[in-house]
Structure formats: structure tokens, C-alpha cells
Design a protein around this ligand. Structure first.
Ligand code: FES
Length: 120
């Protein structure tokens, strides 16, 4: 209710502190996609049910991270391109930040398309 009221009043940066992840039902969990890592030159397959962060770690990359629940912001990564839509499942980004498509929390958020390009 607090977030909704702030949004209606135009307060885009109201401060919220979460101590647990926001549970978001998502259809994008059911399919995999590939992540192109622009800086490293690697392309990593993210299978259904696995996070982007875990797939990148398993591929030998070492993205910044901490909570792995979408509440700390440590894994925020710049998005360079994507098919479909970004499926934000974090509790950090504002509605406007989500709509901009510029960054995502790779520990919980996904892509509804087949390809995602990250600045990593
Ligand atoms: S590791 Fe905390 S938001 Fe992703």
C-alpha cells in the first residue's frame, strides 16, 4: 500500500527497506535463454529454473552479488539488449527503472525472450 500510494503521488524514490525477498510468480522461470556477456565475450546458457547469476558463476565468471534474493542490489547489472521483455523479480528497482530496461538484478530477474546481452 505504501509503494502504491507513493507511486500515485509521484514519489519515485520513496525509501523502502526489505528483509526478505518479494515473491513473484513468473512464467519466465519455465524456459531457458542465452546471456551474451559483452565484456568477457562469453555466451552462457541459462536453463529453466536456474538464475542468471548462478549460470554465470558456473561458467567461471564472478559477478558481484550478496543476498541472491533480489533485496540488496549488489548484483545490479547494465542491460545492453534483449529479446522479449525483462522479467524483473527484485524488490529494489522502481517502476520507472524497470521500464527503462537499463539494469536488472541478475540473481532473481530473467528474460522472457531467447537472448539477453549484459555489460559483464
Ligand atoms: S545479490 Fe542481492 S539483489 Fe542480487
Amino acid at each position: 500500500a505504501f509503494e502504491k500510494t507513493c507511486e500515485q503521488l509521484g514519489y519515485a524514490n520513496a525509501h523502502i527497506e526489505r528483509f526478505a525477498a518479494v515473491v513473484v510468480a513468473s512464467a519466465s522461470e519455465a524456459h531457458g535463454f542465452e546471456v551474451v556477456c559483452e565484456q568477457s565475450g562469453q555466451t552462457v546458457e541459462v536453463p529453466a529454473g536456474k538464475s542468471i547469476l548462478d549460470a554465470l558463476i558456473d561458467a567461471g565468471l564472478n559477478p558481484d552479488h550478496s543476498c541472491k534474493e533480489g533485496v540488496c542490489g549488489a548484483c545490479e547489472t547494465a542491460v545492453l539488449g534483449f529479446d522479449g521483455e525483462l522479467d524483473h523479480q527484485d524488490g529494489i528497482l522502481t517502476k520507472l527503472e524497470r521500464q527503462s530496461g537499463k539494469t536488472m538484478m541478475i540473481c532473481v530477474s530473467r528474460c522472457t525472450g531467447r537472448k539477453l546481452v549484459l555489460d559483464i
